[in-house]
Design a binder for this molecule. Structure first.
Ligand SMILES: CC(C)(COP(=O)(O)OP(=O)(O)OC[C@H]1O[C@@H](n2cnc3c(N)ncnc32)[C@H](O)[C@@H]1OP(=O)(O)O)[C@@H](O)C(=O)NCCC(=O)NCCS
Length: 189
C-alpha cells in the first residue's frame, strides 16, 4: 500500500478525507440506494458489486500522484458521499472528476462545494493541466453540477453498452476545465 498523499480538504461545510478501506460499509450502504445508482447501474448495487469497486477506488498509483477518492462528512459528522479525481489511464496530465452523494445530502450544494475543493487541489496544489467529467445526457443533476463549476461541454457521444440504461440513446456528455479556465473563473488575477 502506497503512502497516502491525498490531503484532508476542508470547505465551509465539508470535511473531505482520503477514502480508505475503513469507509467500505458507508459505500456499500450508499450504493444500495437505487436512486443513487439510477444513472450508473440503473438499480441498487449488491454488496459484492460495491466491494468489487473498492480496490479500484483506492489505487496506490493515484495516491502517489495526490489524486484519488475522498469521503465527505458535514460538521455534525454525517456521511454525505464521495468525490474523486480518478486516474485517467490514457493521460497522466488529467484526471476525472466524479461524485456520488447519499440521497439525504442532495439539494444543498454539497456536490458543487466538495468538487470545488477537489478542483482547487488539482489546479493549485498539483498543477494538473486539466480535469474532465462525464455523465449521461439525461443525468440533469450531474450536468448542472459540472456547469455550475465552470466545466465546458466538449462532447456528446452515443456509445453501445452491454446493459444500456434508460436514456442511453441520448448519449454521454463530456465536460472539461483547464488550468487557465480555473484561474479565469476562481482567481482575480
Ligand atoms: C448529481 C448529484 C451529485 C447532485 O448533488 P447535489 O449536492 O444535490 O448538487 P448541488 O446541490 O451541488 O447542485 C448544483 C446545481 O445542480 C442542480 N441540481 C442538482 N440536482 C439536480 C437535479 N436532479 N435536477 C436538476 N438540477 C439539479 C442544483 O439545483 C444546483 O443548481 P442551482 O445552484 O442553480 O440551483 C447527486 O444527486 C448524486 O449524487 N446523484 C447520484 C450519483 C450520480 O448520479 N453521480 C453523478 C454520476 S456522473
Amino acid at each position: 500500500m502506497g503512502r497516502l498523499t491525498r490531503p484532508v480538504l476542508s470547505t465551509e461545510r465539508l470535511r473531505l478525507e482520503p477514502l480508505t478501506d475503513e469507509h467500505t460499509e458507508l459505500l456499500v450502504e450508499l450504493d444500495s440506494d437505487p436512486e443513487v445508482m439510477r444513472f450508473l447501474l440503473g438499480r441498487a448495487s449488491t454488496r459484492e458489486e460495491s466491494l468489487a469497486w473498492m480496490p479500484r477506488r483506492a489505487r496506490p498509483e493515484a495516491d502517489a500522484r495526490g489524486i484519488g477518492y475522498w469521503v465527505g462528512h458535514d460538521a455534525a459528522g454525517s456521511f454525505l458521499g464521495w468525490w474523486c479525481l480518478a486516474v485517467d489511464d490514457d493521460d497522466p496530465d488529467t484526471a476525472e472528476l466524479g461524485y456520488r452523494l447519499s440521497r439525504a445530502a442532495w439539494g444543498h450544494g454539497y456536490a458543487t462545494e466538495g468538487s470545488r475543493a477537489l478542483l482547487s487541489h488539482a489546479f493549485e496544489t498539483l498543477a494538473l493541466p486539466s480535469v474532465w467529467a462525464e455523465t449521461m445526457v439525461v443525468n440533469t443533476g450531474s450536468r448542472a453540477v459540472m456547469e455550475k463549476l465552470g466545466l465546458r461541454h466538449v462532447l456528446t457521444e452515443v456509445r453501445s453498452w452491454d446493459a444500456p440504461l434508460p436514456g442511453w440513446e441520448q448519449g454521454e456528455v463530456r465536460y472539461v476545465i483547464d488550468l487557465a479556465g480555473w484561474r479565469a473563473r476562481y482567481q482575480d488575477v
